[in-house]
Structures are given as C-alpha cells and as structure tokens.
Design a protein around this ligand. Structure first.
Ligand code: UTP
Length: 487
C-alpha cells in the first residue's frame, strides 16, 4: 500500500499521525504498519472513542435514588445455608459435571500491570510450600472435582477448561501448559482462545504509536469475552460438547473454587441464566463494586459511583444495604451466552487513564511518568442487565476469595496475602478434620487431595503438625514425588 493511499484512509478520520515516520521506515516496517492500519476500520476506531467518552460522562453522575439491593428471593448465602441444602446443591452440580455439562471460562487475558510480573499472571508462584503456580492449582482443582463427580455418579464426565488469553498472553500461556503436561488434564479438554484488542488513544482520540511502525493496542477488557467466544468459535465448541453451565472467573483468585458444584447446583436448581458469587463488603469504604439493581436492572455499581449515603446505609440487622461485593466470579447458562454474544456490541465501553508508551517527536519510544492517554475496556459484568433470571450467591471471603493484584510493596492483594490466606484456610481444614496445628505452622493441602477440606480426615485426624512448611500431598503425588512433607 502506498503512502498516498494510507494517507487518504487516515486523513479521512483525522488519524494521519500514524504514518508520521513513514519516510524513515524500512520496507518490512512499512509492510507491518500498513497491514496494521488496513486491519482497522477507522470509522469504528473513532466511534469507539466517542462512545467510551460518553459512558464515562454518565458514570460521573453519582447513583442513588434508583438503587436497590438484590431481592432476598434472588439471593442466598452459603454461610447461612444448612448442611443439607449445601449438599443438595453440591450433588446437583456434581451430577452435571459427571454428565459433561460443565465448562470453565478462565479470564487470563489481562496484562497484570500492577503485579509487574512480565508473564501471564497464572504463571505466578506465590511461594507456597509446593511452589505451585495459579494455573497448576486451578488445573488440579479441576482434576479433583472431576474425580469427585465420577466417584459419586459413576460417570467420567469431563470439565472443559476454556482459557481466554490475549495477544500478550496467548503464546506463553499455551507454552506453559504444554511444558507442564497440561497439569495432568486431557489436552483435548483445554481450549485456548484469544480476546480482541482496542487501540490506545491520547486524550483527543488520536491513536498512539508504540513504535514508529507499530500501533499501540491493549486487550479489550474481560468483557471482551463475549466477542471472543463468538469470533473464535468457542460458542460452537460449547454447543458441540453439550455444555450447559459455564463458571467464569478471574485467574488471580488463589482460593477460587473452580467449577464449584455448589454454585453450579444452585444456579441449575433455580434455572438461572446468569449469576454472580459475591462476598459481603468488609466496610462501607471498601473499594469494591457492588451487585445491585438500578432502575430494575441487575448491575455492578463501582465504589466511586455510590453516594456516601448509599455506601453507608444499613439494614435493620446491621448489615450494609449494598454489601454484595463483586469478585469476578460468575455463572452463565450456555443459552444465555449464545444470546448475549449477539448483542455484545451494545456493551458499555469503560475508559481508564493510563501511562501509555509512545513515540516522541524525535522518533524515540518513551514511557511517560504521567497518564497520557486512555485504554478502553469492556467489563464481563455489564451483561447482567440482560439476564432474565439473575441470582446471587454469597460466599465466605476467607474460604473463597483472595485476589493477587499487586506486588508485595502494596501489602494488599499481593503474593504474601494470597499465600497467607490460602495457608490460613488450610489450617482451618486441618482443624475441622481433627488435626492439631498452631498458627505458626504453614501447611498446604494439595488440590489433588482435597477440593474444599474433604478427604483428609484419614491423614490428619489426631495428628499434631509441627513441621513447617509442609505440603500434604495426594496419594498419587506422594507415590511419584516422595512422601508428604517438607520440600
Ligand atoms: P484486572 O482488571 O484485575 O486486570 O483483571 P489484570 O490484567 O489482572 O491486572 P492490571 O489491572 O493490569 O494490574 C481481572 C481479571 O480479568 C482478566 C484478568 O486476566 C483477570 O483474570 N482480564 C482483564 C482479561 O482476561 N482481559 C482483559 O483485557 C483484562
């Protein structure tokens, strides 16, 4: 493509800065840049910027009057359910798993900028006694829950693990799984797919170059899931395998109950098309989005969108009125997903001001110290409002939620807190099963042995645990890698 042709495409949309360095580029570089330019529809590029800015203006009007909590008829809380009810939901979920009707949608396309790791976040090892990574922990939880379903119902149903990656994470993620033999799972039951990108813009809507011959772009947010499911043929795969229930979650919750049968069973029993697991907000000022109803529609309202009055409002029993903290842990029926993917273009576009690497006037790549532009993202929860039967399941934070977002220097949602939260939970499981352990002993229970504290009584009852750190392995791991104990 000639310079003149590119110029005429770009100048029609005010984006001619993209070929500013054309005279300095080599033949290969010109080819790369022109193919990137031709891959974009600049009418759409400008429209995306316009729509995103419109949404951000609306967001700054604080919400209050039209805001309602989730009605009790659509809300259950695991800590308040009796054992029989939990077991009933769990059995329903296990049955669905044994029939091969359950899939997991793992959101692993993020750039993990706050963690500053430089690799896909799922490859992170928070320093557990076993040194297992987030991906390994999750893969092994899937293996365990498949076995539990088989033991219970005598049918070897498989969970299909759909892993959403992005331009940045696809290669290293697929390579990591391969080099770790898919963590013992069947390779054919793992489907990698790639989400789309949006260009990065300056504050005036001009697309930014990352290099003289390369457009700066970023993944289109975890709500890019819907477009990717359709574009990458994943919806057909889901239908082809007869999957009815999808558990979608972020990659960075170390306590995630992957393919949680209680959640699946609850949603399936209630005929839900879409659902969210939530944790009770720890305080009115906790900076977490809350699941609620706005003008009769289910939504996640960001902390910054709530008035102080709404954030602090309490029910007669003392609970916060808006306490349903969103933890990026969702259920979708396959029918709902198929429907929603058809109108994903209506999804809201969110704007985040960011420090975006750019090429300066001298053609040198720079990393700015201050925000110099925006990234646009779609959010997975923005489809809640389209659900016909949306429900919520509250779960205990200490059992199900600890996110890895930051480096240790932040002292919050970081590797140390993730490790400590998991070790604290596993101490609790040991005590519940009749073992003795003090708070200074670190013991990790392999996901291959136990999914949620079950199956360990034989190993821990009346035992006193003093060796730290200690990895309580499954029988299979102990047979191949040596007995339980120190690493
Ligand atoms: P976050 O919004 O916390 O982003 O993602 P992140 O990439 O992990 O971290 P920062 O913000 O760059 O520091 C929540 C979940 O959504 C996924 C992430 O991988 C994580 O599991 N995600 C996020 C995507 O899959 N794609 C995206 O474009 C953004």
């Amino acid at each position: 493509m000639s310079y003149e042709n590119l110029l005429s495409i770009l100048s029609a949309h005010g984006q001619e800065q993209l070929i500013k360095y054309w005279p300095e580029l080599s033949e290969n570089e010109r080819e790369q840049l022109s193919s990137e330019i031709l891959n974009l529809d600049f009418g759409e590029v400008n429209e995306i910027f316009r729509r995103a800015n419109e949404t951000s203006k609306v967001i700054f009007d604080k919400l209050d009057n039209d805001l309602k909590p989730i009605p009790q008829t659509h809300y259950e809380s695991v800590p308040n359910l009796n054992v029989e009810k939990i077991e009933e939901y769990e059995n329903t979920g296990l049955k669905e798993i044994s029939e091969g009707r359950v899939g997991v949608l793992l959101l692993a396309g993020g750039q993990a900028t706050r963690l500053g790791f430089g690799h896909p976040k799922g490859m992170y090892d928070v320093g557990l006694p076993s040194r297992k990574t987030l991906f390994q922990i999750q893969g092994e939880r899937i293996r365990r829950i498949q076995n539990m379903a088989t033991e219970k119902y005598g049918k070897e149903g498989k969970i299909t693990w759909y892993i959403m990656t992005s331009e940045h994470t696809m290669g290293p993620t697929a390579e990591f799984f391969k080099s770790h033999s898919y963590f013992g799972l069947n390779k054919d039951d793992i489907v990698f797919f790639k989400q789309g990108t949006f260009p990065c813009y300056d504050f005036n809507g001009k697309v930014i170059l990352a290099k003289k011959y390369h457009i700066n772009s970023a993944p289109d947010g975890n709500g890019g899931l819907y477009r990717a499911l359709k574009a990458e043929g994943v919806l057909e795969d889901i239908a082809g395998r007869g999957i009815k229930h999808l558990h979608a979650h972020s990659v960075d919750n170390i306590l995630i109950k992957v393919a949680d049968p209680v959640f699946i069973g609850y949603c399936s029993s209630k005929n839900a098309d879409c659902a969210a697991k939530v944790v009770s907000k720890s305080s009115p000022s906790e900076a977490v989005g809350v699941v609620c109803r706005v003008n009769g529609h289910y939504k996640v309202v960001e902390y910054s969108e709530l008035t102080d009055e709404a954030a602090e409002s309490r029910e007669p029993d003392g609970r916060l009125t808006f306490s349903a903290g969103n933890i990026c842990n969702h259920y979708f029926s396959s029918e709902f997903l198929a429907k929603i993917c058809n109108y994903e273009s209506k999804l809201k576009l969110h704007v985040a001001k960011k420090k975006i690497p750019y090429v300066d006037a001298n053609g040198v790549c720079q990393k700015p110290a201050e925000s110099n532009g925006i990234k646009i993202e779609k959010f997975i929860f923005d489809v809640f409002e389209f659900a016909e039967n949306f429900i919520c399941l509250e779960v205990a934070r200490d059992v199900e939620f600890s996110a890895l977002k930051n480096a240790d220097s932040a002292k919050k949602d970081c590797p140390s807190t993730a490790r400590e939260d998991l070790l604290r939970l596993h101490r609790k499981y040991i005590r519940q099963a009749g073992g003795e352990i003090t708070d200074d002993v670190d013991i990790e229970i392999s996901p291959l042995l136990s999914y949620g504290g079950e199956n360990i009584e034989e190993l821990v009852k009346n035992e006193v645990f003093t060796i730290s750190p200690f990895h309580l392995k499954s029988y299979e791991e102990a047979a191949t890698n040596g007995v339980n104990g120190k690493h």
